[in-house]
Design a protein around this ligand. Structure first.
Ligand SMILES: [Zn+2]
Ligand SMILES: [Zn+2]
Length: 161
């Protein structure tokens, strides 16, 4: 397999299709996770969604968003934010904890470095999806998000300041 691109240093910028919502992330991602669950497929209109998991304190956004409160079977609730004008799915927080933000990686201005280090809900993955050998694969939702961050650290390790 081809080598993973280096992750560029922060900050990272991104936004929606129409430009009304813009965001900035001042810190490195903590994980790059691909979710293959049915809800992600529906909300994004894609066969999976790649999310950067990041520290909320390092994240800021401007522009009007609409929220969609999603309830998982587990009872877990997410607030999915979309641009109020063009409807692009941008980011979400878990209602139980706002310490982390989950950013839809395709909304980055430069997403060329984004390669997942973990895949979840793999039993629902489209057969066309490529999963690298160095990325972990988890059936369903991991009980602890830490394994996604550990997988990221294992791959990118000390390259991150
Ligand atoms: Zn927009
Ligand atoms: Zn999902």
């Amino acid at each position: 397999m081809t080598q993973r691109p280096q992750i560029p240093p922060p900050p990272y910028s991104g936004g929606c299709l129409c430009g009304a919502v813009r965001y900035a992330m001042k810190g490195r991602p903590l994980a790059v996770n691909a979710c293959h669950c049915t809800d992600c497929k529906k909300t994004a209109g894609a066969t999976n969604v790649i999310m950067l998991i990041a520290d909320s304190a390092a994240f800021s956004a401007t522009g009007e968003t609409h929220s969609f409160r999603k309830r998982a079977d587990s009872g877990r609730e997410l607030d999915i934010k979309r641009c109020a004008v063009c409807g692009t799915r941008l980011f979400h927080h878990n209602m139980a904890s706002s310490a982390l933000v989950f950013i839809a990686a395709g909304t980055l201005d430069d997403s060329t470095w984004v390669v997942p280090t973990s895949h979840i809900w793999i039993e629902r993955a489209s057969p066309g999806v490529v999963m690298r050998d160095d990325a972990i694969q988890v059936a369903g939702q991991p009980a602890d998000r830490k394994i996604l961050m550990d997988a990221f650290t294992k791959v990118y390790g000390e390259q991150l300041p």
